[in-house]
Ligand binder design. Structure first.
Ligand SMILES: *Cc1c(COP(=O)(O)O)cnc(C)c1O
Length: 395
C-alpha cells in the first residue's frame, strides 16, 4: 500500500505504443517512467553515505508532466522536492501531502501566508526576503521552516557571504535556517576553477549555521565527487534523461522519446530547394519525408539545415535522416533517400530524439541544451507514459 500520494493510480501501459496509435495524432511523446525511477535510484545510490537525494521538479518536471513524474519519484523513494514558484509548490503539495517542498525562487512579496498554508519552505535569497520572513514569524512560538540561499559565485539569487555573516550574528532575531543552499555556475565542466571556489565559499557559509542542513549539488555537481554532496542533493536534468555535464557517466537512461508521423514522401530533384527561404538545395535527386513536427511542437526552428550547415538528424528503422531546410511551424522535411520506400512511407513514425538520437544531440544542433528542448515540448503531441516496472517501486 502506498502512502503519501494523493493519486495512487499507476499510469496504465499504453497498448497503442507499439501499434498504429491514435489516427488523429501528428506526433507522440513517450515518457519512460521506469527510466525516471531508475535514474533517481542511481543518483541516490551514488550519494549513499553522503546524504539524501531530492529532486528538482520545477516546470512540470522539466516538461514531462508532474502528475506522473511526482508519483514516480515519490514511489522510487524521493521525499524532498524543489520547485521554482510557490504556485508550483502548491500543485506539488496537492499531489504529495507528506513531501518536503522547497521554493527555489525564494519568498514572493506578501506571500508568506500562502507558503505556510501549503506547507512550502521558501529558500530566502535576499536581505529583503529575510526581513519580510522575520516580520512574518515574529512572536510565533513554533516558526515555520525556511531555508537560506547564499550566493557563492553564480550571482543570481542568494545572500552574499557578508550578508550571511550578518544574519548569523543575530541569533536573537528568531530566524534560523533549516537549510543552507547555494547553486553552482559551472558544474557541467569538471575542470572549471569556479567549482572549487564555490565549494570553499559554501563551506564558509554553512559553517555559520551549524544547525542547518546543507545543499549544493545539482545533477552535474553530483558527478564532481562526494565533496560536493553535503546533506541534500537537488538533481533535475539527469533524472529526466538528458546530459548534465561533459562527463559521459553523467548521462543515465533516456526518459523521453519524441516521434512524429510522415505526412508524405516526395521527390526533390537536383537543384530544387525546400522550405521557407529556400535555404537548402538538393545536391542530387533525393527523396524527402515531410514529418508532422514543427516549432509549434517545440521542435526548435534552429534545428534546420542550409547548404552550408548540417542540421538535426531524425531516425527511422536504423537509418539516420538529415533534416532538409528550415523547420516550419507544423512540419519539417527529412532526407529518406537511403531508406527503403516501403519503410519510409506515409503514416510511419520517425524518431526525432530518444534511444537512437540523444536529446542532447538534437538540442546541440539547435544551439541549445536538453533542458530547453524538454521544457519547451508543445501540447499538440499526444503523450504516453510507460509504467514503472513493479520490481522497482515500493521498496
Ligand atoms: C534547476 C535547479 C536545480 C536542478 O538543476 P539540474 O542541472 O537540472 O540538475 C538545482 N538547484 C537549483 C537552484 C535550480 O534552479
Amino acid at each position: 500500500m502506498r502512502t503519501g500520494l494523493t493519486d495512487h493510480s499507476a499510469p496504465a501501459p499504453d497498448d497503442a505504443m507499439h501499434g498504429a496509435g491514435d489516427p488523429g495524432e501528428g506526433g507522440r511523446i513517450t515518457i519512460d517512467l521506469d527510466a525516471l525511477a531508475a535514474n533517481w535510484q542511481a543518483l541516490n545510490a551514488r550519494l549513499t553515505g553522503d546524504g539524501e537525494c531530492g529532486a528538482a521538479v520545477k516546470a512540470d518536471c522539466y516538461g514531462l508532466g508532474s502528475d506522473q513524474g511526482l508519483a514516480t519519484l515519490w514511489t522510487a523513494g524521493c521525499r524532498t522536492f524543489f520547485v521554482a514558484t510557490p504556485q508550483e509548490g502548491r500543485a506539488t503539495r496537492e499531489r504529495l501531502p507528506d513531501a518536503t517542498i522547497h521554493i527555489l525562487n525564494g519568498l514572493y512579496p506578501g506571500a508568506a501566508e500562502f507558503y505556510v498554508a501549503h506547507g512550502l519552505r521558501p529558500v530566502l535569497g535576499s536581505m529583503e526576503e529575510v526581513a519580510e520572513w522575520r516580520g512574518f514569524i515574529a512572536g510565533r512560538s513554533d516558526p515555520p521552516p525556511a531555508g537560506l540561499h547564499v550566493d557563492t559565485g553564480i550571482s543570481r539569487l542568494g545572500l552574499s557571504l557578508h550578508q550571511a555573516r550578518t544574519i548569523a550574528a543575530e541569533p536573537t532575531s528568531g530566524f534560523s535556517p533549516g537549510l543552507v543552499m547555494s547553486h553552482m555556475a559551472c558544474a557541467d565542466r569538471p575542470d572549471h576553477p569556479m567549482n572549487k571556489v564555490q565549494l570553499d565559499r559554501f563551506q564558509e557559509a554553512t559553517a555559520l549555521f551549524p544547525g542547518a542542513r546543507r545543499s549544493l549539488a545539482n545533477s552535474a555537481a553530483i558527478f564532481l565527487g562526494s565533496d560536493y554532496h553535503f546533506d541534500l542533493a537537488r538533481p533535475g536534468i539527469t533524472l529526466y534523461g538528458a546530459s548534465a555535464s561533459e562527463l559521459p557517466q553523467a548521462r543515465l537512461r533516456p526518459v523521453v522519446t519524441l516521434e512524429s508521423r510522415i505526412l508524405q514522401v516526395h521527390e526533390l530533384k537536383r537543384g530544387e530547394t525546400i522550405g521557407y527561404g529556400a535555404t537548402f538545395t538538393a545536391p542530387t535527386d533525393m527523396r524527402v519525408a515531410m514529418v508532422s513536427a514543427g516549432y509549434a511542437d517545440g521542435y526548435l526552428r534552429a534545428s534546420g539545415s542550409t547548404d552550408e550547415k548540417r542540421g538535426a538528424d531524425a531516425w527511422l528503422a536504423g537509418y539516420r535522416l538529415p533534416i532538409l531546410g528550415r523547420v516550419s511551424m507544423d512540419m519539417s522535411g527529412f532526407d529518406v533517400s537511403a531508406v527503403p520506400p516501403d519503410v519510409a512511407q506515409r503514416g510511419a513514425f520517425v524518431e526525432l530524439f530518444g534511444a537512437n538520437i540523444p536529446i542532447d544531440e538534437t538540442a546541440g544542433c539547435a544551439g541549445t541544451i536538453g533542458y530547453e528542448l524538454l521544457t519547451g515540448l508543445g501540447r499538440r503531441f499526444s503523450r504516453r507514459y510507460l509504467p514503472v516496472l513493479t520490481a522497482r517501486g515500493e521498496s
